[in-house]
Design a protein around this ligand. Structure first.
Ligand SMILES: [Fe+2]
Length: 135
């Protein structure tokens, strides 16, 4: 069981799609590591990566929204803030208590449920908006 990029996730903005592909690739690594019994080690790597990459990715996306005067900016931004908050909470827990299977499962859940849902709904709406304004 892994997670693969699929074209139905594309929002039609190449730079954003490429960042989403990278996120999914890293997530897939975590799933594969879990299967190999190395989820805890991989989670540490993933947290380090997410901490930087997600911030950059979200701010790139938000810059695009400001550029296009996107009316859904506030709601979209709030979703990003929520995700970063959840990721930070999980990271803080792992620093405090050490990484456990519970954290691996929680991170998987966040990425599976939240991220994929966000890409396929909220980011897609953004992509459609941008495309509709492109002559
Ligand atoms: Fe987004």
């Amino acid at each position: 069981m892994g997670i693969q990029w699929r074209d139905s996730l594309a929002i039609g903005v190449e730079a954003v799609d490429n960042q989403h592909k990278e996120l999914l690739l890293r997530f897939d690594r975590l799933l594969n590591a879990c299967q190999a019994g190395q989820g805890i080690e991989e989670l540490k790597r993933l947290q380090k990566f997410l901490g930087e990459y997600v911030q950059t990715h979200f701010s790139d996306e938000e810059e695009l929204q400001r550029l296009h005067h996107y009316p859904g900016y506030e709601a979209h931004h709030a979703e990003h803030v929520y995700f970063i908050d959840q990721i930070k909470k999980l990271e803080a827990e792992t620093i405090k208590d050490g990484v456990s299977t519970h954290h691996v499962v929680e991170t998987n859940n966040m990425l599976l449920k939240w991220l994929l849902n966000h890409i396929s709904k909220v980011d897609k709406e953004l992509g459609a908006f941008i495309k509709s304004g492109t002559p």
